[in-house]
Design a protein around this ligand. Structure first.
Ligand SMILES: [Zn+2]
Length: 436
């Protein structure tokens, strides 16, 4: 399984940790916790060095093969992400961190290697010096990480403040430039909150952010002074929904959300949760309320999809078309739970991809289709990457990276599956495509 003696050796260390005798007393337990923390730091340093080397080796190999310079490192960050079980986005940040640490911050790297600084604190120093010139960055590196005794006792905030103080002193102008560049990163994101709520977060330039908040607060103040009994927070939230969607907050929004639930949950009062692709599970009772409200407004469409009763895999729909037709696209989106199929990615689906490329004979079909985010779809096109559907309990895609490492992605389980008591396909899951 291991392609090198060293990887095999590291695996043996890991196994030997769990089989060590239990500590004989409290002091021995603390000693061991301390040493393991140092080991984690040293492992992080080694991972950083290996990541930087992986990119250099890949560049050399591709340069020899005549690949253009700007394409030589394509996909390396995704390989690191897969190896570390992280999203490709995080993989890119880890690679950037590794290169800065290894090539530009030798003292910080040495401190990480020695177990004085952990990976997060090293990340703080890399992040806070990202806008500086190489020389200025090295000055911060030397002044903060050069003194291991001082560094050992510094917490996250103290370290961040020390790096900021030095960076402002060395190059105030680049700090301002960095603030301007940050404006290009404005965006809106969504993530689940407890109790079937969601956080919709907008990252905005400070003036706009304060403006949005002030406008919502003003609306709340005036509603409350007119005798509105909702709380200030409730009015602000409702006003946000009304102004963004153009519909009152207590009215269904006419956006297709593709709620998936079993017919037993919809009609029979069963408690099996429904699935909202891109969000996650929704309690059955709440899903029934959503459906009832949408039906009242004439906004509900029912669509039946069938799954294999034994595995919960959706049945495929075939097509000869080059582009994924709407029905098939919707099917893949629902089957993949609205999330990119790259392991550990978690980003929303942006593109429908042929696992085996269309030009290599891949069909436009459910089995050969997968939902990917934009970054993963791009990474997959880099030299040496392959993907293909494989047999599995549910829809499975196997990705092979340029180094020959293989990773499997299994479609998430859908409501209603598996059910050993049922054996015929047509008996099973109803999918409800619903506009609420
Ligand atoms: Zn992705």
């Amino acid at each position: 399984m291991f392609s090198s003696v060293e990887a095999d050796l590291i695996s043996q260390w890991r196994c030997s940790l769990a089989s060590m005798p239990r500590p004989t007393g409290t002091a021995a337990a603390v000693d061991r916790i301390t040493e393991l923390e140092r080991l984690k730091c040293a492992a992080a340093a080694e991972q950083a060095q290996l990541s930087a080397e992986l990119e250099e080796m890949t560049r050399r190999e591709r340069a020899d093969a005549g690949v253009r310079k700007e394409k030589q490192a394509a996909g390396v960050a995704s390989q690191i992400a897969l190896a570390r079980h992280e999203s490709p986005h995080k993989g890119a940040r880890l690679l950037g961190f590794s290169k800065a640490l290894v090539h530009e911050m030798p003292h910080t790297f040495a401190a990480l290697q020695a177990g004085v600084l952990n990976e997060w604190r090293a990340t703080i120093l890399v992040r806070e010096t990202a806008c500086l010139t190489r020389e200025d960055r090295q000055t911060v590196d030397r002044e903060i990480s050069g003194d291991l005794r001082q560094l050992r006792t510094m917490g996250d905030r103290e370290l961040e403040a020390a790096a900021k103080r030095l960076a402002y002193r060395l190059d105030a102008e680049s700090v301002v430039r960095r603030a301007r560049r940050a404006e290009t990163e404005r965006t809106v994101t969504i993530r689940p909150a407890p109790d079937t709520m969601t956080y919709v977060t907008a990252l905005l330039p400070v003036a706009q952010g304060v403006g949005v908040y002030a406008a919502l607060k003003r609306a709340a103040d005036s509603a409350r002074s007119d005798g509105d009994e909702r709380s200030r927070g409730q009015v602000m939230a409702d006003t946000l929904v009304e102004r963004v969607t153009g519909a009152p907050a207590d009215q269904p929004v006419t956006v297709d959300i593709s709620l998936v639930m079993t017919d037993r949950s919809l009609l029979g009062g069963d408690d099996e949760p429904a699935l909202l692709p891109g969000f996650g599970l929704v309690p059955a009772a709440l899903a029934r309320d959503l459906v009832a409200a949408a039906i009242d407004e004439g906004h509900a469409w029912l669509r039946r999809l069938y799954t294999s009763p034994a595995t919960g895999d959706l049945v495929a729909m075939d097509s000869r078309a080059r582009h994924f037709p709407t029905g098939l696209g919707r099917f893949i989106h629902v089957r993949d739970g609205g999330r990119c199929r790259t392991p550990w990615c978690d980003a929303p689906i942006r593109q429908l991809d042929h696992a085996v490329r269309h030009t290599d004979g891949g069909t436009t079909s459910g089995p050969n289709g997968q939902g990917l985010c934009e970054a993963c779809n791009l990474a997959k096109e880099a030299a040496g990457w392959r993907a293909r559907p494989r047999p599995g309990p549910r829809h499975t895609v196997e990705t092979t990276t340029p180094t020959g490492h293989r990773y499997r992605s299994l479609a998430p389980p859908l409501p209603g599956a598996p059910h050993p008591g049922l054996s015929k396909l047509e008996l099973y899951v109803t999918d409800l495509i619903l506009a609420v």
